[in-house]
Design a protein around this ligand. Structure first.
Ligand code: SAM
Length: 277
């Protein structure tokens, strides 16, 4: 008899260590009428490694699923038990799933969480960076301009900033961190839950040069620790100054007050001016 209730089950899978598979995940994979996954080979391997009976696997890619989604919703409305997984970790966290969850909720279907591993929370839980508040930036953009814009938009947040990165690009990303945010302490949490799990901590500029010739191998999450300059909220400082001063004057003064680079304060002042008019 099936004990898995009808509905959409959003299920986290291991990020490297099969020992992290829970009884609930096993049960869901075994009792699903259909498993939605990113790559049927990857999920097929997981199911074989766990020694489970293979249920129908359907590849689900958010951008190409506009026809598939209504069919899935119809199956759910008929009382189907559908499990959504990604290749590794928690679906929807830099992975597909948002639209199917949204559609299921709009259709009044029960959406269940089969909670488990995520590289983001695993990194935060062991790196020793402050976690009372944090922002997750997803994957750091590849283009220099987009990367700088993103970093500028969060430069005044007095909290840990987390992002996903790959070995070949980490040096350039950390150089941008040092340039826009100042030389902050950074933790690189790599190969989480695997044999070579480690956290490398250092100053952004120093790690950037170290990784230029020897990029770290495997998968990684980067955590930027909050900086001193953030004691003063840049957006607040700029907003106050812009009430009476030009963008140029306000950014010059904000740079002196916060210790942040003049050009970054200027760019942020322009952005604030544009959004507030
Ligand atoms: N949804 C997943 C999650 O919750 O962990 C993340 C999916 S995202 C497409 C993949 C990225 O997560 C990798 O490029 C890497 O930055 C990070 N990641 C995944 N597994 C990891 C691990 N074992 N150790 C460190 N980072 C990992």
């Amino acid at each position: 008899m099936k004990t898995l209730p009808p509905g959409l089950h959003v299920a986290a899978t291991p990020i490297g260590n099969l020992g992290d598979v829970s009884d609930r995940l096993r049960q869901a994979l075994e009792q699903a009428d259909r498993i939605l996954c990113e790559d049927t080979r990857v999920t097929g391997k997981l199911i074989s490694a766990l020694g489970l009976i293979k249920q129908p696997l359907t590849a689900y890619h958010e951008h190409s699923a506009s026809e598939l989604r209504p069919r899935i919703i119809a199956e759910l409305e008929d009382g189907g038990r559908i499990v959504l997984v990604s290749d590794a970790g928690t679906p929807l966290i830099s992975d597909p799933g948002y639209k199917i969850v949204r559609d299921a909720r709009d259709a009044g279907i029960k959406v269940f969480s089969i909670a488990g591993p995520s590289a983001l929370t695993a990194a935060l839980s062991i790196a020793g960076a402050p976690t009372d508040r944090f922002s997750f930036l997803g994957f750091m953009p590849r283009a220099d301009g987009q990367r700088a814009t993103l970093l500028r938009s969060v430069m005044s947040r007095a909290e840990t900033l987390a992002f996903y990165e790959t070995g070949p690009r980490i040096s350039a990303s950390l150089a941008a961190v040092a340039e826009v945010l100042g030389n902050r302490t950074v933790s690189v949490a790599r190969e989480l839950t695997k044999l070579h799990e480690e956290v490398i901590e250092g100053e952004a500029a120093e790690l950037s040069s170290r990784f230029a010739d020897h990029p770290p191998k495997g998968e990684m999450v980067v955590l930027i620790h909050p900086g001193q300059a953030e004691a003063l909220d840049l957006d607040q400082v700029l907003t106050d100054l812009l009430a009476t001063k030009s963008v140029r004057e306000a950014s010059k003064e904000a740079a002196e007050l916060t210790g942040l680079a003049k050009k970054d304060c200027y760019a942020r002042a322009l952005e604030l001016k544009e959004t507030t008019g």
